[in-house]
Ligand binder design. Structure first.
Ligand code: SAH
Length: 219
């Protein structure tokens, strides 16, 4: 389209973002860095936010929701330790950006979004951009996606006040769950299931929008 910057300006902005905000802050997994260098984040944010797409900040995507800061997307993705053959579940599709990043790093991505308009928009955008291994469903992600379980990795991008048990139940042996838990101030947890049980690790402080639906009625 005529009014847009030439494509190389966007990839240059993306390369700078990866170098300064992502690699520069300690993300090492080369596959994660390559995925962030490829996904056209500016195509997944609302028109009015495009010029800020590669800035070091979260951005509004409508319906009072936000797309996370690129560093947080990279950090959580690295914690999932994806090698390419995994089945991944995401709760909180939002713009579809995190799902697009995951789609380059895993075999199949299942993503659930509670706001119908966002879910439908993300589904259309992801299809338009060719991310054919992402499956978006509109609904409450609290109970996961039992028909597609178990998952090798689960990522939650809205914060519940507690860890939803159904998500733990849908974690494969060897699987990793990364999620923010808490109220206004939250912490990112990584829960891993091995043959003997669950291992829980506290990562960093984060701030996500609250998980809506069943998570809130069970506080
Ligand atoms: N991963 C997204 C970030 C979206 S912000 C991205 O890359 O853009 C969090 C999203 O979680 C919002 O779109 C919000 O509507 C959604 N959400 C909140 N509670 C939810 C729930 N219970 N189930 C599914 N999605 C939920």
């Amino acid at each position: 389209m005529q009014h847009e910057s030439p494509p190389d300006a966007w990839s240059e902005a993306r390369a700078t973002m990866v170098r300064e905000q992502i690699a520069g802050r300690g993300i090492r997994d080369p596959r994660v860095l390559a995925a962030l260098a490829r996904v056209p984040r500016h195509e997944l944010v609302p028109e009015a936010q495009r010029e800020y797409a590669y800035e070091d900040q979260p951005l509004p995507i409508g319906y009072e929701q936000t797309i996370s800061q690129p560093f947080v997307v990279a950090y959580m993705t690295e914690q999932l330790q994806l090698r390419g053959d995994e089945r991944v579940l995401e709760i909180g599709t939002g713009s579809g950006y995190q799902a697009a990043v995951l789609s380059l790093l895993a075999r199949e991505v299942y993503s659930i979004e509670i706001v119908k308009e966002l879910g439908e928009r993300a589904r259309a955008d992801l299809a338009r951009l060719g991310y054919a291994n992402v499956h978006v469903r509109v609904g409450d992600g609290y109970r996961g996606w039992p028909e597609q379980a178990p998952f090798d990795a689960i990522i939650v991008t809205a914060a519940p006040g507690h860890v939803p048990q159904p998500l733990i139940d849908q974690l494969a042996v060897g699987g990793r769950l990364v999620l923010p838990v808490g109220g206004y101030d939250q912490e990112l947890l990584r829960i891993e299931r091995d043959a003997t049980g669950l291992r829980r690790e506290h990562l960093i402080g984060v701030r996500f929008v609250p998980m809506r639906g069943e998570a809130q009625t069970r506080e």
